[in-house]
Design a protein around this ligand. Sequence first.
Ligand code: AMP
Ligand code: MN
Ligand code: MN
Ligand code: MN
Length: 286
Amino acid sequence: MRAMMRADLHCHSSISDGVLSPTELVLHAVAGGVDLLALTDHDDVAGAAEALSAARDTALTFIPGVEVSVSWGEHSLHIVGLGIDPSDLSLRAGLQSIREGRQGRAERMALELEKIGIRGALEGAIRHAAGSSIIGRTHFARFLVEQGLAADVKSVFDHYLARDKVGYVPHHWVGLDVAINWIRGAGGIAVIAHPARYRISSKERHHFYEVFKELGGEAIEVVSGAAHPHEQRDAANTARRFGFLASCGSDFHAPGESHIDLGAIPPLPEDLVPVWTRLPDVLNRQ
Ligand code: AMP
Ligand code: MN
Ligand code: MN
Ligand code: MN
């Protein structure tokens, strides 16, 4: 069963900053040969019901998920929750508070961009976020590309929106403990998303993994869309050292925009325990 499983446990729909609807995403995953798909929109679980019903007539097993924006000290980190109950009230209320915080952040980002002569960024980003329940940097990035200010979304981040660039504003997200409690309270497994993306010293990183584990975190993304092979080897070693379950996901947002298509990620190392072996939805299907 292990060798046959094509899992993609990290991706985004138009509910957050992806461009495909939950239904389109499921159909795209089926076409890409995915057996097990988790939708992990930023700070919202509103796409789960539609994705679940789209998956019903297919061979694909759908797992409700979420990607929670977290602050840990000065760092912004992403914690994925897998196998959560999307109707859990504490989780839903908590995510709503993060989404509300995103509004003021977007206004502050637009003010920073205006200082360097980029007008109408808030309105433009809101237009790109139409149909979505959050506003985020990707929506600003798509507006800047449309304005001809950069060739693609990635270059917008490199020049304007990444940490320490002109359009970046610090923001206070929820605490790591709070996010893990919401995920666990909703019956889910907490996963460290794309560990290679964080600019964090190796000493602090070690401490972060210890704290994450102490707080009830159980898994880490070992195979992640944009990660290099050496970064995936580091993440695999972290899983071994801390006894974390291993997850994998493309972090797919949009055809042509994302590094890797849905389901096109390499397999997990054989010796690691895949996170899906602990997901009840998967066990029930066997
Ligand atoms: P936010 O949650 O508003 O801070 O936006 C985070 C999102 O921005 C991520 O989920 C990605 O979709 C996107 N993002 C962050 N860094 C980059 C990058 N270097 N290139 C492309 N997209 C990025
Ligand atoms: Mn995103
Ligand atoms: Mn992320
Ligand atoms: Mn993501």
